[in-house]
Design a protein around this ligand. Sequence first.
Ligand code: HEC
Length: 150
Amino acid sequence: MGIALVRALLLLSGMAALSESAHSGGERDDKAVYEAVCGSCHPTSLAGGLRSEREWKETIAAMVRLGAAATEEEFARVLRYLVRTQTKVNVNSATAKEIASVLDISETSAKALVARRTEKRGFRTLEDLKEAPGVEASKIEARKDRIVFR
Ligand code: HEC
């Protein structure tokens, strides 16, 4: 394994650990870090689209291989910012954890959502999600462009 790859993998595991302890530091700070880290080689508009959480992790790892430099905490903030603002989630295949971070609901609510998904053999509409216990309809509505069903 190349040094760059090892470094990218270490960063990713660090990011995972740090995003567990999310909610420390505001969204504003995350945005500033994102702009500083990801805007240093190209405009951040290059990263303007929606991707899944996994795809963003891969993108960040690719940028590290291209020379992006930041601390583990900064990369964790970059990922958190992207997950909160530019990440799409397939509510029929994502894990509870992925659903929780994109929809900004607790992991307990997300687990309940996954149980309901199994029970209902999948969600078909936004209404299905809004009706689920522990989910605020307004949060679903606010993220409707980022929720995919297949
Ligand atoms: C060291 C310079 C550098 C930094 C810092 C950097 N990038 Fe890039 N990025 C590049 C280069 C060079 C390309 C074009 C090469 C390519 O397309 O693979 C690129 C292309 C991209 C693309 C388009 C290609 C793709 O993967 O779809 C995205 C999205 C992107 N960067 C996101 C980011 C994000 C997010 C960050 C912050 C973590 C970041 N970049 C930080 C150098 C950088």
